[in-house]
Design a protein around this ligand. Structure first.
Ligand code: GYE
Length: 330
């Protein structure tokens, strides 16, 4: 009798365990690649939050910067019948068809980071991303206000803009913000504008060529920190002092940029957080409970970090990097 009861119990347990895993919520994530420290932090944050969530399973794809790989990954997610898709597009254009296929398969789509330009023509359940135009504005405004604060507000100053991956949302909008803010600082003369593809190696190469071809560079605006860090190597190799001979403003606020600011080799980094799991996880949990979301893009609140703090940019005041470096998560 006892044996029979034990058998029944064991069977019930096996059944429950199988039933639970058969019901796993499958979250698929189409990631762009591994171009920067920002991207690594973004991948790690989302991967670990989903993998460690009870009852959830992650299907991950790294597209290695290729749009065709992302399109393939999205179609694979549809074939596999995943429950949710997290998507950030390497470039803004060319997603209409495949995202409509996602809609037709009725898989809830969460847009993160770089938004596709067709977002008003498709269905998605939530969107979380940086305000790239504002980040671009802040970069140039920081340089302009900083120069004023050290008595160089009336000096003609040569500025170069190192752009991210051409056609990426973060490049298109940061450039827009950079150029918009430049109009307010007529003493900043734009003498160079080129893509460094969001990578350290290309940032270094572009700076090397600028240092050879341009007479004088006073300010570098790099649309991410990795390119700024690559440029620092090129500036040192040319016998100049980064952070002094050339003022360097990056974007993202990764740990390595904080280190460079504290070391005096970089002047400022405008924050763009890669940590989206704190938005994505509760959203999926609530969607599982049947809640609906608006299609507003949620922009996390972000800061600006620099050598001394206190530079007023209107929408935000800069914070001294050394004061908060120990609290940084990425
Ligand atoms: O700034 C850059 C990364 O899309 C916000 O992509 C992201 C950008 C980030 O490679 O470092």
């Amino acid at each position: 009798m006892k044996k029979a009861l034990f058998l029944v119990l064991a069977l019930v347990m096996v059944f429950t365990v199988t039933a639970a895993s058969a019901k796993d919520v499958v979250v698929a994530f189409s990631q762009i690649g591994q171009e920067s420290d920002w991207r690594t932090a973004n991948t790690d944050d989302l991967k670990s939050a989903i993998e460690n969530h009870p009852g959830w399973k992650l299907v991950y794809d790294d597209a290695q910067q290729k749009q065709e790989n992302q399109i393939k990954a999205l179609r694979n997610f549809i074939t596999q019948g995943v429950d949710y898709i997290l998507f950030t597009g390497v470039v803004t254009t060319g997603w209409d068809e495949v995202l409509k296929e996602v809609n037709e398969a009725e898989i809830p789509l969460l847009l993160i980071d770089r938004m596709p330009d067709c977002k008003d023509k498709i269905e998605y359940v939530a969107a979380f991303g940086g305000d790239f135009v504002e980040e671009g504005r802040r970069q140039v405004a920081w340089a302009g206000e900083y120069l004023k604060s050290v008595g160089r507000g009336d000096e003609d100053v040569n500025i170069v803009i190192m752009e991210g991956t051409t056609g990426a949302g973060a490049q298109v909008d940061r450039t827009k913000g950079n150029l918009e803010a430049l109009k307010k600082y007529p003493h900043l003369k734009l003498v160079g504008q080129q893509s460094g593809n969001f990578t350290r190696a290309e940032g270094q190469a572009v700076m090397e060529s600028w240092l050879k071809s341009l007479d004088k560079i006073d300010v570098l605006i790099a649309q991410n920190d990795d390119m700024a860090l690559g440029a620092i190597d090129a500036i040192k190799a040319a016998g100049k002092v980064p952070g002094k001979d050339i003022i360097i403003v990056g974007c993202d606020s990764v740990k390595a940029a904080f280190d460079a600011i504290v070391a005096g080799e970089m002047n400022c980094t405008v924050e763009c957080t890669p940590l989206y799991s704190r938005f994505v996880v509760p959203t999926i949990e609530k969607l599982e409970q049947g809640e609906k979301f608006s299609k507003e893009i949620v922009h996390p609140e972000e800061g600006v970090y620099d050598t001394n703090g206190g530079i007023d940019l209107g929408t935000v005041k800069s914070t001294k990097a050394a004061d908060v470096i120990s609290t940084r998560q990425y």
